[in-house]
Write a protein that binds this ligand. Structure first.
Ligand code: ACO
Length: 330
């Protein structure tokens, strides 16, 4: 069984309710029959029921197994508006603005997760990452003890002897443009959960990436990564983490042994933490395209309850897989 099949099986073992705010998006509707038929999740579609059913009929998607909720008609809509207003009034929220925003399925969906009416949320087939994340960050917020959310990719690299038989977790590739050293340390800790729970990696080994290995170059950007490594060790003593590493020192045993002798993880890393979002986003896309790797994600880490973003280029299968991962997280 490959990794995605294992994730789907885990989801089936404990079926969760996942809200899909993009109820009038074709691929989302086409994912519903598999989600329901294979008992991967109980989907809730948000939007105007007539528009959703018309589109489903047009594209031939059987959505009879999904619940449909129109935010503005929901019996708990006014309660959601009031809660959202209370939550944000110190930040300039007004009752009218709260009502307008709560009619937006992305805000409404995050509130469903916050209040336990859904176990998780998946969106992004037709909305940007920022538009999916903003309501989730405002409403659900970060998990206790975490200051910044990160987006990890599970990278499955064919014919690769590095990492965990070619499986890696890369972070942050999706969320925080310029993390502090403290935030990079949090991304390292959060990535261990992704590596063990979703990838089945038994010995997570983390490399904190830079253009320098163990002081081979001096620059404030290198200092940030070295500091992040120290913080990760101090704050999460159970982590197997080292840095700062160049990518080859993190991945290739021979290079690791020569550039970072004595390191417990050099040359064996299966979790790579990038110094900023430009490096992380470029890095995962290069590996995906040039090494023909499968890139699964972004998986949002450090958020209070599971919300995941889709790529706007996603396939129906991608949606099913991300819903399964979200259900497993839940
Ligand atoms: N972690 C936790 N909370 C955060 C984070 C973060 N990284 N960033 C912002 N927040 C919180 C803020 O504290 C704020 O909370 P508050 O309003 O309760 O005080 C709330 O989120 C909104 O913050 P803003 O700064 O107003 O929101 P912003 O418009 O900056 O959006 C966002 C934040 C959406 C995460 C933004 O940083 C962003 O767009 N990141 C990049 C996303 C992206 O384009 N990724 C690449 C593409 S994805 C891909 O290729 C797979």
């Amino acid at each position: 069984m490959n990794l995605l099949e294992q994730i789907r099986e885990k989801a089936k073992a404990n079926i969760k309710t996942i809200v899909l705010p993009e109820g009038t998006e074709e691929r989302t509707l086409k994912a519903v029959p598999t989600l329901v038929g294979e008992k991967i999740a109980n989907p809730i579609l948000l939007g105007n029921p007539t528009a959703i059913k018309d589109l489903a009929a047009k594209v031939g998607a059987d959505i009879s197994g999904a619940e449909i909720v129109n935010p503005v008609d929901a019996p708990f809509f006014d309660d959601f508006v009031q809660q959202f207003y209370e939550m944000r009034k110190d930040k300039g929220m007004t009752p009218d603005k709260a009502k307008t925003l709560m009619a937006d399925p992305l805000y409404f969906g995050s509130m469903m997760v916050k209040t336990g009416k859904a176990d998780g949320e998946v969106a992004g087939a037709e909305n940007t990452t920022g538009d999916v994340l903003r309501p989730a960050l405002q409403i659900i917020k970060t998990a206790p003890g975490i200051s910044a959310v990160s987006g990890a990719f599970i990278m499955i690299v064919p014919d690769c002897e590095f990492g965990d038989n070619g499986i890696f977790v890369f972070a942050d590739c999706a969320v925080t443009p310029n993390p502090t050293a403290e935030q990079m340390a949090e991304f390292a800790a959060a990535s261990v959960g992704t590596a063990t729970n979703l990838c089945g990696i038994k010995e997570p080994k983390i490399g904190m990436l830079s253009f320098s290995t163990k002081g081979s170059a001096s620059h404030e950007l290198v200092d940030k990564v070295a500091k992040a490594t120290e913080i990760a060790r101090a704050k999460f003593p159970d982590l197997k983490v080292d840095g700062e590493f160049q990518a080859d020192a993190a991945l290739v045993p021979k290079v690791g042994a020569s550039k970072a002798p004595g390191s417990p993880v050099a040359g064996q890393c299966n979790i790579l933490i990038f110094p900023d979002l430009q490096a992380g986003n470029i890095g995962y896309k290069l590996v995906q395209r040039l090494a023909k790797a499968e890139a699964i994600g972004p998986i949002l880490q450090g958020i209070g309850k599971p919300v995941n973003d889709l790529s706007r280029g996603c396939s129906v299968e991608d949606i099913v897989n991300v819903v399964a991962m979200t259900a497993v997280r839940a």
